[in-house]
Design a protein. Structure first.
Length: 462
């Protein structure tokens, strides 16, 4: 999208303090370190940081203009737009951008798998024409307006990831995105400390369907009882997917390897009977579920599921989400972008099925689990205890709750008190031909351990 400073003032109800009213803005950014050309800087105010303190830095990076709620003029040669609230002004720009898009908009939420499902839905819908939508991890109330401004408004369809962490946030996102089709992947325990219970998480996420009319569709994970209970409650049509035979869209003949193959089966009164072969380049049974969600969305939007399946087969995955990396003779499965009990179980299953001499799991704390954190870590330990994994290296304090079931089962467990110690233990333990899994919450810094391993000469091929 491209707007003049004058138009931005009108949309945000702002006042131009200085600068050229006819200057055209093609980009928005709230990160002073990431300033593309022709960019309006949005100094948002957080709990610990006030973006107004970074306006000068944003100008130094090339920002063309800035919003301000303070009224200070940092550089009189660049437009400064005075607004009451920079976050509200950003949302106003997002709402305006959304009003300029007239195709179907798929909204995707869930506790785990949103981003992979988003990319699979994008791939599936690309079989029917051009697709735009969420990039990177821009799925919050701050990131979503930026996505709406930047997306291709000439595309035929849009796919928006919608992430929440507290009460009321889904309604706020609905006010920005206005999805015409909803996909809900699952209900886990991420952010449970803010939403109280899985039932509370489910209730908040299901507001994604609030604006859907009787002809619209919601695509729900029917293997999750909390979601299945909404089948007859929503104002729209509902298609349930999952591995259970009672779902409208199921999978059979699942084969796992470096990727995963299966046959998707549409077999309810809602759809014609269809069997669709699917072959993904990304591994894991959990990605069968994500692919089923994408196929359901494609079908609901009138796209041939066979063509959608072929398009999904081109998706290669992305960094730090079950990313396969070779460091000489050591194979690494980097799934360190984030962690929750379902995603950690899925990653451990992928490790168990990987081809290699020995399997080693380096596991770090799962954060934002609330009061249930110790029990949830122990639950993952109970899941991991019978798996064919040779060694477990743990990092953090919460993860110690995972160790007891492993030790009770006679498994090899090593606890480390720091990232440096964990990297040293991997160096000591791993050999060429082994497979190493890195899994933990992003702030546990497993990416820094990976950087150390990449510089280690031990696994270099002769």
């Amino acid at each position: 999208m491209e707007l003049t400073i004058k138009q931005i003032c009108e949309i945000t109800e702002g006042t131009l303090l200085c600068g050229d009213a006819d200057l055209r803005i093609r980009h928005l950014s709230f990160d002073s370190r990431d300033i593309p050309g022709d960019c309006l800087f949005i100094p948002t105010i957080g709990a610990r940081v006030d973006g107004h303190d970074f306006i000068q830095g944003a100008f130094g990076k090339g920002a063309a203009a800035t919003l301000t709620a303070r009224g200070d003029i940092i550089n009189p040669e660049r437009p400064h737009i005075l607004v009451k609230d920079t976050q509200k002004a950003l949302e106003a720009l997002g709402r305006y951008a959304r009003s300029c898009f007239h195709g179907p908009v798929v909204g995707i939420t869930g506790s785990v798998g949103k981003t992979t499902t988003r990319e699979l839905v994008k791939a599936a819908l690309s079989a029917g024409g051009s697709v735009t939508g969420t990039m990177k991890n821009m799925n919050s109330q701050i990131g979503t307006p930026v996505v709406l401004y930047h997306m291709d408004h000439q595309a035929e369809r849009a796919v928006m990831e919608m992430g929440i962490s507290g009460p009321g946030e889904m309604r706020d996102l609905i006010d920005l995105v206005h999805p015409t089709l909803a996909v809900v992947t699952n209900i886990g325990v991420a952010h449970i400390e803010y939403l109280g219970s899985r039932e509370g998480i489910c209730e908040e996420k299901m507001h994604i369907a609030d604006e859907l009319g009787p002809e619209a569709w919601a695509i729900l994970n029917g293997d999750e009882p909390l979601l299945k209970a909404y089948r007859d409650k929503l104002p729209c049509r509902v298609l349930c997917y999952g591995l259970g035979e009672e779902n409208d869209l199921t999978a059979r003949d699942i084969e796992e390897g470096d990727g995963v193959r299966f046959t998707a089966v549409f077999h309810s009164s809602l759809t014609p009977y269809m069997e669709i072969p699917v072959e993904l380049m990304i591994p894991g049974v959990h990605n069968v579920m994500n692919a089923l969600a994408a196929l359901g969305a494609a079908w609901a939007l009138g796209i041939d599921p066979k063509q959608a399946a072929l398009a999904m087969g081109m998706f290669e995955g992305f960094a730090r989400r079950l990313e396969r990396i070779k460091i000489g003779g050591l194979q690494v499965i980097d799934d360190s972008y984030n962690a929750s009990p379902p995603s950690m179980k899925a990653a451990l299953t992928v490790l168990e099925k990987a081809e290699g001499k020995r399997k080693i799991a380096l596991l770090a704390d799962m954060l934002e689990m609330g009061e249930e954190a110790p029990a949830l870590h122990r639950e993952v330990g109970e899941f991991a205890a019978p798996l064919d994994i040779d060694s477990f290296i743990t990092l953090g304090e919460l993860i110690r709750n995972l160790e007891a079931p492993l030790l009770a089962a006679g498994r090899h467990v090593i606890h480390c008190g720091s990232r440096d110690e964990a990297a040293a233990k991997v160096h000591e333990l791993a050999e060429k031909g082994d497979v190493l899994l890195l899994k933990g919450s992003n702030s546990m810094g497993l990416d820094k351990i990976l950087a150390v391993l990449k510089d280690d000469d031990k696994w270099k091929e002769a």
